[in-house]
Design a protein around this ligand. Structure first.
Ligand code: BTN
Length: 243
């Protein structure tokens, strides 16, 4: 199936009453969306593109927990693919799964609120299975699973594996074990970073990523020793990681 964006279709389904755990999968998207208004491009048959609707009640400040749900589930599924070295599958705060240091999966969680009540969360997931980034701007930043294994990846099987884990973690989204599993896989911690905040547009924080808190925020210590809490944003590693 081709659709504009599985997240948009999942939102329509959610507003029409789709049940907890409903999944929208597409072979190709014509307007695939990434974070920060970017596009997400994967030619037909090269990616795994899907969105899952969850309807567990969580307070507003806990909604980033669904980013953790998506990230740990995708990581677990990729780590068990034959030929993949599990230690090479890491998480980059806030929403990315990396394989051998390059982005292999992006996650786009979107919430539907009615006042302060969470009606549904849509977890949109794009996994690069055999997207060819050679010669593109993303060549040194993005990768595909089949670049790291001689085995063909069965996308249906990979989808089934992610969904199985996703359902388990989504039902435990408020538990400490989810946070600890997520934190232990974060390659961002200990690195010098520049964080661009989304909640306060234009605010840039530079320093060392020292920890995350259990709502999913990144804690950055600047060179004056002050700790800044970044709730939602994008981090880039600073080239000088020696200080
Ligand atoms: C990001 O890294 O910026 C997030 C990318 C999320 C892409 C997926 S593909 C399936 C789902 N539908 C979309 O339009 N986006 C997400």
């Amino acid at each position: 199936m081709t659709t504009e964006s599985t997240n948009d279709l999942a939102r329509e389904w959610a507003l029409e009453g789709a049940e907890n755990g409903a999944v929208v999968v597409a072979e190709e998207q014509t307007v695939g969306r990434g974070r920060f208004g970017r596009t997400w491009v994967a030619p037909g048959g090269t990616g795994l593109l899907f969105s899952v609707i969850y309807r567990h009640a969580l307070p507003r400040e806990r909604v980033l927990r669904y980013t953790m749900v998506g990230a740990v589930s995708v990581r677990a599924a990729i780590a068990t693919i034959p030929g993949i070295n599990a230690d090479d599958v890491t998480l980059k705060w806030a929403n990315d799964v990396h394989l051998d240091g390059r982005k292999v999966c992006g996650i786009l969680p979107e919430a539907i609120w009615e006042g302060n009540a969470l009606q549904a969360v849509i977890i949109g997931i794009g996994i690069n299975v055999r997207v060819n980034f050679a010669g593109t701007d993303l060549a040194d930043k993005a990768t595909s699973i089949e670049q790291h294994t001689t085995h063909n990846v069965d996308r249906a099987q990979l989808l089934a594996n992610v969904l199985e884990t996703l359902d388990v973690w989504a039902a435990r989204a408020n538990e400490l074990s989810l946070f600890l599993t997520w934190r232990s896989a974060l390659s961002t911690l200990g690195q010098r970073v520049t964080a661009v905040s989304v909640s306060s547009p234009g605010r840039i924080t530079m320093g060392r990523a020292v920890d995350v808190d259990d709502d999913g925020a990144l804690l950055i210590r600047d060179d004056k020793g002050r700790v800044h809490r970044v709730i939602s944003g994008e981090v880039t590693l600073q080239t000088d990681s020696s200080t």
